[in-house]
Ligand binder design. Structure first.
Ligand code: NAP
Length: 473
């Protein structure tokens, strides 16, 4: 008998148990970065409020962008990793507090994004017929919390639409509203969304930039796409593209801005063709009030100049644009999670390289990644680098002994977060349950010759899980 036989093999090192809150791109990239490192064995619970993963890839990227949405296949690989467990249908603050979550695992990474809208802060903004882009996007992507009645009432009269903001979300909204039913037919939009958009009387969409074309935040590929719409023409006033020499010089040094200007100049001066809708890009224009008695009828717009600091400055010259629907697309902001600090101005959780700061001091075992860490900027892939930075910070804390694998005290009856959640009355949706939803969406899509149709109600999403579970029994 050897010494090894007497003492047995050395115990396996304790696994670092991490809860990641939010199964969007930032959360999934965080899980991936954790499973790809070799320093510490890990077990990752990827918790989401929805019973479905992918966050803004599912409920943000426009459904008429199937190639972009295909990134979910790549993200799915991280979900399939044996050290990662999807735990959907669990809301932090409702089903379990931040404190109890932290007590059940060794570390928590918050990646819950920036789901709230920003306001314009102008009179009339609350009128019916005035929507936030977040509301419209949630509705057309089939988010189960979308306010169908509100959005559909606004769309039923939408002949003239004004979209405020010149970012990529504004272009998504303008494009989706200007698309023909045939263009939207193959998407995974729920049937009621396709029907409502087909019935909406949209003739003219005006996109307003409060600064000039050189300061627009949309990207060239998204801009170019407006020129390829089957049923709408893009209009741009050539005078808006007449830039001063200093701005021209700055544009020349900026690859995206110079490409954008080239696309806009190509369109400038084109007139609308008969029988087609229009998408007008109008710069140096900021809304000062939404007009209407009991619903929006127009927008009062002030002409602006861009001042020496690059800010929009009013000229006092105003015009009225008729509008039955106004969509403000002026950025997202992060919301507060009970017990987690939030910088109300930035809409982000105060942090240092992803380490949460409480009262300016690092909070051991608490981290952030994605939009709630850095603000609502960048494309899906930006979150990969961001998540890696946060995971490097977490691993540095493990190496420094600040976070101890296996150090959590209260892991629930079976030593497990899912057990702890069930003990609290929550009904977590796991990966196989998500697969049942996925299969139900694919089957529903097939009934109309589509690859998928999004299930848009809590009841139908959870019924798909229950039906699959009943079939297994
Ligand atoms: P964004 O790029 O920050 O655009 C916000 C727009 O709103 C800007 O034009 C901004 O103008 C304007 N704005 C802000 N406050 C305003 C006010 N009070 N009045 C008038 N205009 C105002 O944000 P986003 O479009 O919501 O996009 C968020 C992120 O998601 C971005 O990084 C975007 O690229 C990304 N995204 C990417 C895609 C894609 O790749 N296809 C699609 C959707 C979203 P100022 O610049 O003057 O502040």
């Amino acid at each position: 008998m050897t010494a090894d036989d007497e003492t047995g093999p050395p115990p396996a090192p304790a696994r670092l148990r991490v809860a990641v809150v939010g199964a969007g791109p930032a959360g999934i990239y965080t899980a991936e970065a954790l499973t790809r490192q070799q320093d510490v064995p890990v077990a990752v619970d990827l918790v989401d409020r929805l019973p479905t993963p992918f966050g803004l890839v599912r409920h943000g990227i426009a459904p008429d962008h199937p190639k972009m949405r295909a990134i979910r296949d790549t993200l799915h690989r991280a979900l399939d990793h044996p050290a990662v467990r999807f735990v959907g249908n669990v809301e932090i603050g409702r089903d379990i507090s931040c404190r109890d979550l932290h007590a059940a695992v060794d570390a928590v990474v918050y990646t819950y994004g920036a789901a709230l809208d920003r306001q314009l802060g102008v009179p009339g903004e609350e009128l019916p017929g005035s929507l936030a882009a977040t509301e419209l996007v949630a509705w057309y992507t089939g988010h189960p919390d979308a306010d169908r009645a509100r959005v559909e009432a606004a769309l039923a009269r939408a002949r003239s639409v004004v979209v405020v903001g010149v970012g990529n979300v504004a272009l998504d909204v303008a494009r989706v509203l200007a698309r023909t039913p045939a263009e939207l037919e193959p998407t995974d939009m729920p049937q009621h969304v396709l029907d409502t958009l087909a019935a909406a009387p949209v003739e003219a969409v005006t996109v307003l930039g409060r600064r000039g074309p050189a300061q627009a935040t949309f990207t060239t590929q998204e801009l170019r796409e407006l020129g390829e719409l089957a049923g709408a023409d893009v209009l741009v006033d050539p005078a808006d593209l007449d830039l001063d020499p200093a701005t021209e010089e700055r544009v020349a040094a900026d690859r995206v801005a110079s490409r954008n200007l080239a696309v806009l100049r190509d369109w400038a001066g084109h007139g609308p063709r008969p029988g087609r809708a229009t998408v007008t890009l109008r710069f140096f224009s900021r809304p000062v009030r939404l007009l209407g008695e009991d619903r929006v009828t127009g927008v009062e717009v002030e002409r602006t100049l861009v001042d020496a600091d690059g800010r929009a400055a009013g000229t006092g010259e105003t015009t009225v644009l008729p509008a039955d629907l106004v969509v403000r697309s002026v950025g997202y902001r992060g919301g507060e999670l009970p017990e987690l600090p939030l910088d109300p101005h930035r809409g982000t959780v105060p942090n240092e390289l992803g380490r949460v700061l409480r009262g300016g001091e690092p909070a051991p075992g608490e981290y952030v990644a994605g939009w709630i860490k850095r603000g609502p900027t960048g494309v899906v892939g930006t979150n990969k680098h961001d998540a890696r930075e946060t995971v490097a910070t977490l691993l540095a804390d493990v190496a420094a002994g600040v976070v101890r694998p296996g150090g959590s005290a209260d892991a629930g009856p079976d030593g497990d977060l899912v057990g702890a959640l069930r003990a609290r009355g929550a009904d977590p949706v796991l990966l196989e349950d998500w697969r049942a939803i996925d299969a139900a969406e694919t089957a529903l899509g097939a009934t109309r010759g589509r690859a998928r149709t999004t299930l848009h109600e809590w009841e139908t999403l959870l019924a798909a899980v229950k039906a699959a579970a009943a079939r297994v029994r």
